[in-house]
Structure formats: structure tokens, C-alpha cells
Design a protein around this ligand. Structure first.
Ligand SMILES: C[S@@+](CC[C@H](N)C(=O)[O-])C[C@H]1O[C@@H](n2cnc3c(N)ncnc32)[C@H](O)[C@@H]1O
Length: 279
């Protein structure tokens, strides 16, 4: 396959998905792995040559983000398993990136996945999967959409059922959206959520202008100076959820990392996950 058939997103926010695939490759190679993603290396092998020297900039960043990001993958796997145990069969992965849960997880046969991400992500992802001869184990719909726009219609057109409970997954995308856009995504998915729907929301009090985050933002934007922007849902989102029909529980990151036997590198008692369940 030529490069044109699987254009590698070496810049822009879609590039971050490749970084997380590297995290999953590293974890999969460990004897004490928290999960196994046997397909992540397909993406990394396909992407690496196009990065050239930029790969050397990406690698040290991944060292800094590895512990937290890899625990997050396992926690989302656990949430998927918990949701299907509760009878949820509809899973929407926001900013799916190079997620392979529809290919690697052991779930009920009638589970349905909807993956949403930017067109450039799927322009790379789908040909790599095809070339690798990898086929999904469950119904899987791919939606090349911008979450800052109107994506609900596209989701409904793909067979999403607003009258069935849904598991919504945000694994590192809403933090890239400006606050009004992130909150609009939450408002939209709230409208689409039948009772017993679930949403797991990371609550990280990070300074986007601190060391690793600033380096990441520079790498993604390709510019030395990147504007300070207020992004993500914000740490006061729990109140909004209560007022809009969600029950919530909060678990600190330290508790969650300890539950899978890994160090707490995210810090702070306010850092953790809000698990929201639709009333
Ligand atoms: C850090 S990656 C995480 C990918 C995946 N969830 C994972 O954990 O491997 C962030 C993802 O969000 C996607 N993304 C960022 N902004 C987006 C937008 N406005 N609309 C749709 N997807 C977006 C990127 O393309 C990228 O795939």
C-alpha cells in the first residue's frame, strides 16, 4: 500500500492518536500488562517512517504521559465491561483515534460500536486495518465528523438508537476542545442518552501551560507560541450533570491507579473520574 492510501497525520490533533497507540504497544509488550492491544503496532509501524525526526520529539513526551494514559486505557476497558454487564450494548467512542476495542475485546455478540473522529484519523486508520486483514468482532460504524459541529444527525443516520442505553467514552478528546465546544458535546450526548446510559468523565486539574502539556501543544500545532485556551468540560461539571439528569460518583485517580497496581502519577485529590449514570 502506498503512503497516499494511508496518509499519516503527522501534525494536528489527529497525530495525538498515534502517540496513544505507542502507549498501547508498550503496555502490550509488558509481562504485567494491564490489557493487550495486538493491533496497536500496525498503526505505529505504518506511521513511524513518515514522522522522520519528529518521532524523536514525540518519544520523550510519551515517556511523560505513559503511566497515566495506559492506566486510562485499562479503566475504559473496565467501564466497557461494566456497562455490558448492566445490559448496555451501544457504545459511542468520542475521538476514537486508533482505538481497537471493537476488534480486541471479548463482549456480547450484539454489542455495537460507533467511532467518531476527524476525517484525517479514519483516512489513516481504515486502510491500515484493511491492510492488516483485521476485521471487527462486532457491528462497527465509523463516523468521520468534527465534534465541534453537528454530529448527532450523522450518528442517528448510522443507526444509533436514542431509546437504548449508551456507554459514551471520552478517552482524551474533550480536553482538546474549547470549553463551549466540549460542553456542547455533553449537552448533545445528554439529549441522546436514554435512562441507564453511562459516561465516564476524566477530571484532571492540569495546567495546559506546564512542561509536558506545553510541549505537546507545540508539537500538535507546529508553532512555537500557542495561545492559552480554556479547554475541556471544566472541574465544576458535576453540578451541571446533576441538574441535567445524571447521577454521579467520583473516584480519585490515586484510587484507580492503585486498583490496577500502578503508581499515581496524576496527583491531587480532585483528579479522578466522574462516573455519570443517566436517571
Ligand atoms: C489523544 S487522542 C485519543 C484517541 C483515542 N481516544 C485513544 O485513547 O487512543 C485524541 C483524539 O481526539 C480526536 N479529536 C480531536 N479533536 C477532535 C474534534 N474536534 N472532532 C473529532 N475528533 C477530534 C483526535 O483526532 C484524536 O484521535
Amino acid at each position: 500500500m502506498t503512503e497516499a492510501a494511508a496518509p499519516v497525520p503527522i501534525a494536528g490533533v489527529a497525530m495525538t492518536a498515534i502517540g496513544i497507540a505507542v502507549v498501547r504497544v508498550r503496555e502490550t509488550e509488558r509481562d504485567d500488562r494491564l490489557y493487550s492491544d495486538p493491533f496497536a503496532h500496525l498503526f505505529v509501524d505504518a506511521a513511524m517512517p513518515s514522522f522522520g525526526a519528529r518521532w524523536d520529539e514525540l518519544s520523550p513526551l510519551l515517556d511523560m504521559f505513559y503511566e497515566a494514559r495506559t492506566v486510562a486505557v485499562r479503566l475504559v476497558d473496565d467501564h466497557v465491561e461494566a456497562a455490558v454487564r448492566e445490559g448496555v450494548r451501544q457504545i459511542v467512542i468520542l475521538g476514537a483515534g486508533l482505538d481497537t476495542r471493537a476488534f480486541r475485546m471479548d463482549l456480547p455478540a450484539d454489542t455495537r460500536f460507533f467511532e467518531l473522529d476527524l476525517p484525517e484519523t479514519f483516512a489513516f486508520k481504515e486502510p491500515v486495518l484493511t491492510r492488516g486483514g483485521v476485521t471487527p468482532r462486532y457491528e462497527r460504524r465509523v463516523l468521520p465528523v468534527d465534534l465541534r459541529g453537528d454530529w448527532a444527525e450523522a450518528l442517528l443516520a448510522q443507526g444509533f438508537r436514542a431509546d437504548e442505553p449508551t456507554l459514551w467514552v471520552d478517552e482524551g478528546v474533550l480536553g482538546y476542545l474549547l470549553r463551549p465546544d466540549a460542553r456542547q458535546v455533553l449537552a448533545t450526548l445528554t439529549e441522546l442518552s436514554a435512562p441507564r446510559s453511562r459516561f465516564d468523565i476524566g477530571n484532571f486539574a492540569v495546567d495546559p501551560n506546564s512542561g509536558a502539556y506545553l510541549v505537546l501543544r507545540r508539537l500538535v500545532s507546529g508553532a512555537d507560541e500557542v495561545p492559552r485556551e480554556v479547554a475541556g468540560l471544566g472541574s465544576d461539571i458535576e453540578q451541571w450533570l446533576h441538574e441535567h439528569g445524571w447521577d454521579t460518583t467520583f473516584q480519585t485517580w490515586a484510587e484507580q491507579a492503585a486498583s490496577v497496581g500502578r503508581p499515581d502519577t496524576n496527583g491531587g485529590p480532585e483528579t479522578g473520574n466522574i462516573v455519570a449514570i443517566r436517571r
